[in-house]
Design a protein around this ligand. Structure first.
Ligand code: MG
Length: 413
């Protein structure tokens, strides 16, 4: 017997995407719960830091403003502008729904990964700052509360001569003694003094031994005072990565990061399962879906999402929860301004499995000028603020002084 398709679906009905706007959520047209507030505008300002930092501001008819940040810069302000009609008029307190709403609305333009997800991340962080201010709670409270009063921060370090093992050890010692950190990271994708064809990713044996010497110099010099991780930036072949990871197994390595290119999770898993050296990856994949296979297939020992790139605060929390079901800790990648650094700290206190949050601007002497008050990183830790929202207030004069050429400053409120 033929199916009566008319009873399954009205053939005259226009196809509509799963619509997550407030209007369809509430058939009466009334906003629920007396939360009489709506988004009126979104603006961006890009800062010329050691990376381009796109700050995102969400404005409301209640006069309350939230500030977020999106990773990197190129194209992000344009995508934020493109999404403005999808959020203006919406209730900013519906954090989860608005994120999914933007993912749905931008699906044709590519909301699986890339600039669109980055731009959504900036809005999502701003919404957490805003919702915290409206509800008068710190942002971490919106994510489930605190596990810790302060969050450990690791310092990304650069030696004077990065190819010289003792130069790396000297810098490790300086950062510990002068800046107070007890957690560090150095690059291992540095020249090893041998002619090579970088395109084939292969490491000759002397190169493997040279990189191991850098690891040895740092860990033997400061291993009693600090944890030290090492980043390879997706540089090596599968076989070379395995040899390098094995070569440093007896050294006190916090983790070895991104030893192989990020696209092929089978290779990532192969390297991780070949060695007892802890392997970290994750900064180059997007959303919880991008991290799913890395975790489900136990392809990483440590997961390293970048919060203002991966989807924002709740998405990072969801990734952390997924990681926790595999007993995997989270070391958040972070090259951001104080805004997204603080957003990362709020998530890091709200998840059980936080290992540390990265700080990547120790050579930039005006990073702390961008906000009012005391330095947020003290002796290698961030004390979680108890003020509503992210608990960080921009110094608008400093922001204006460090804008990318041609940028305009967003409105104060
Ligand atoms: Mg890295």
């Amino acid at each position: 017997m033929a199916k009566d398709y008319a009873t399954l679906r009205d053939p005259n009905a226009e196809y509509t995407m799963r619509e997550l706007s407030a209007e369809t959520m509430d058939a009466t047209g009334e906003r629920s719960g007396g939360r009489d507030i709506e988004i009126t505008d979104i603006q961006t300002t890009m800062i010329d830091g050691n990376f381009p930092w796109t700050l995102v501001r969400v404005y409301t008819d209640a006069g309350v403003v939230g500030t977020g940040e999106a990773y990197w810069g190129a194209g992000v302000p344009e995508v934020v502008e493109r999404m403005k009609p999808f959020v203006v008029g919406e209730n900013p307190l519906d954090l989860d729904r608005l994120f999914e709403h933007l993912i749905q609305k931008m699906s044709g333009e590519g909301s699986i990964q890339g600039t669109v997800v980055t731009a959504i991340s900036g809005i999502e962080i701003a919404l957490h700052d805003l919702a915290g201010k409206v509800l008068e709670v710190p942002a971490y409270q919106l994510l489930g509360g605190k596990y810790r009063d302060r969050v450990r921060v690791y310092c990304d370090c650069h030696a004077g001569d990065e190819s010289e093992p003792e130069s790396n050890a000297d810098e490790a010692e300086r950062v510990i003694e002068e800046l107070g950190y007890d957690a560090l990271k150095f690059d291992l994708d540095v020249p090893s003094g041998y002619e090579k064809d970088y395109a084939n990713r292969h490491l000759r044996d002397p190169e493997v031994r040279h990189k191991a010497e850098i690891v040895r110099a740092v860990t033997e010099r400061v291993g009693d005072r600090a944890d030290a991780a090492f980043d390879c930036h997706w540089t090596f072949s599968a076989g070379s990565a395995k040899r390098l990871a094995r070569e440093i197994e007896d050294l006190d390595v916090w983790w070895l990061e991104d030893p192989v290119p990020p696209e092929n999770h089978d290779v990532q898993r192969g390297v991780t399962q070949h060695t007892t050296t802890p392997i970290a990856a994750g900064e180059n994949v997007y959303r919880k879906h991008g991290h799913r296979r890395l975790l489900e297939e136990q392809a990483v020992d440590i997961i390293a999402p970048d919060l203002p790139k991966v989807g924002g605060m709740r998405e990072t929390r969801k990734i952390a929860d997924m990681a926790d079901t595999y007993y995997v800790p989270v070391a958040m990648h972070n090259v951001a301004s104080p805004v997204a650094t603080m957003a990362s700290a709020h998530v890091a206190t709200a998840i059980p499995n936080s290992l540390a949050v990265e700080f990547h601007s120790y050579e930039l002497d005006w990073w702390n000028d961008l906000y009012e008050g005391e330095d947020v990183i003290q002796e290698g830790y961030i004390e979680i603020p108890e003020e509503p929202g992210l608990g960080i207030s921009l110094d608008m004069d400093a922001v204006e002084a460090h804008m990318v050429d041609g940028e305009t400053l967003f409105d104060e409120a």
